[in-house]
Design a binder for this molecule. Structure first.
Ligand code: BTN
Length: 332
């Protein structure tokens, strides 16, 4: 039996290992060192979570259909990470995983903790916008505690966007790209967004909460009609559903691999640029102070967008970017 699993996780693991065959209540209770009544409670919990588990008083339990929900025991079964996702807090629904993760980070939860919810009732986008987060998507927040200065916190957004785009491209037939600073696009439509929030002192980060929303297995019906020419979902693009559990596992593994290179940010940036939808394009950048038009020519080593505005070279550290006819300034 694999290590680091809680008892409920072990029940599920054993049912999977039995590959559709029955496991007796006695066998399960011996293997886990708990009573058969406790085993029954675990089975009840799993059924309520959507698993189809057959039971027979004589021969025991067998797993018929797994539920593609994001229960910690499901994600952790085949997760190859050391830190990211080693603790997972799960909700069926919540207002915002970022808000929950911030509270947990403030209460001291360790780096790599994940908060995940099947749906969000008040998903938060950047600049105080709402983020539509129905069933079928991935709504997840990750607590990081990098030993860096607050000015370098945007690195986390680069890490997350690179991890998301790689995961999407690995698991689906679409060709996703990154629109600076933190939108993932398929074609010119947004399929994912990132909201990084921070708790910090003047010269050091206490925690980062990296919130990631991915429009995976649902249709455009969930969005307001006014957004239909700006957003898309992987399901809408491909007509295929992807295992959400697999998606989260690959995403967490990508995050961990890229996060390990945090101090070699130039390397991260080089790879990030391979997926950039922004570089080389005519852009309008709107910051809190101004709105300028120019051509995006590169990303600086500090993460700023470099824009040629007339004959001037300008750097932008934040802001809204519009490309061609696209304008993503209204939420998802
Ligand atoms: C944006 O595109 O404006 C950022 C969207 C970020 C959405 C994610 S979903 C998980 C996490 N929880 C939230 O409330 N927001 C982020």
């Amino acid at each position: 039996m694999r290590k680091n699993l809680g008892r409920r996780e072990k029940v599920l693991d054993l049912l999977y290992q039995a590959e559709g065959n029955y496991l007796s209540g006695e066998e399960l209770s011996n293997k886990l060192g708990v009573s058969r009544t406790t085993i029954w409670k675990y089975i009840k919990y799993l059924r309520e979570a959507g698993y189809h588990i057959d039971s027979s008083s004589k021969i025991g339990y067998r797993l018929i259909t797994p539920a593609d929900n994001l229960l910690p025991e499901e994600i952790k079964r085949n997760l190859n990470t050391d830190v990211i996702g080693q603790k997972i807090i799960y909700y069926k629904e919540i207002e915002s995983t970022n808000d929950a993760a911030k509270k947990l980070a403030q209460s001291g939860l360790k780096e790599g903790t994940i908060v995940v919810s099947e749906e969000q009732k008040k998903g938060k986008g950047r600049l105080g916008r709402e983020f539509c987060s129905p069933l079928g998507g991935i709504w997840i927040s990750c607590i990081l505690r990098p030993d860096i200065k607050p000015t370098l916190a945007t690195r986390a957004t680069y890490i997350a966007s690179l991890a998301i785009v790689k995961t999407i491209n690995k698991l689906s037939d679409v060709d996703a790209n990154i629109k600076w600073p933190n939108d993932i696009l398929v074609g010119d439509k947004k399929v994912s967004g990132i909201l990084t929030e921070m708790g910090a002192e003047l010269d050091r980060v206490d925690y980062l909460v990296v919130g990631m929303g991915i429009n995976l297995n649902f249709t455009l019906d969930s969005f307001d009609k006014s957004l239909h020419n700006k957003v898309t979902t992987i399901y809408h693009e491909t007509g295929k559903k992807i295992s959400r559990v697999k998606f989260v596992q690959v995403l967490l593994e990508e995050i961990e691999a890229i996060y390990q290179k945090l101090n070699d940010f130039e390397d991260i940036l080089e790879e990030w640029k391979e997926y950039s939808y922004t570089i080389g394009k005519k852009v309008q950048v709107e910051s809190s102070k101004e709105k300028v038009s120019g051509t995006a020519i590169d990303i600086a080593s500090d993460g700023a967008l470099i824009v040629k505005v007339g004959n001037e070279i300008r750097k932008f550290y934040s802001g809204e970017v519009s490309l061609g006819h696209s304008n993503f300034s209204s939420g998802n």
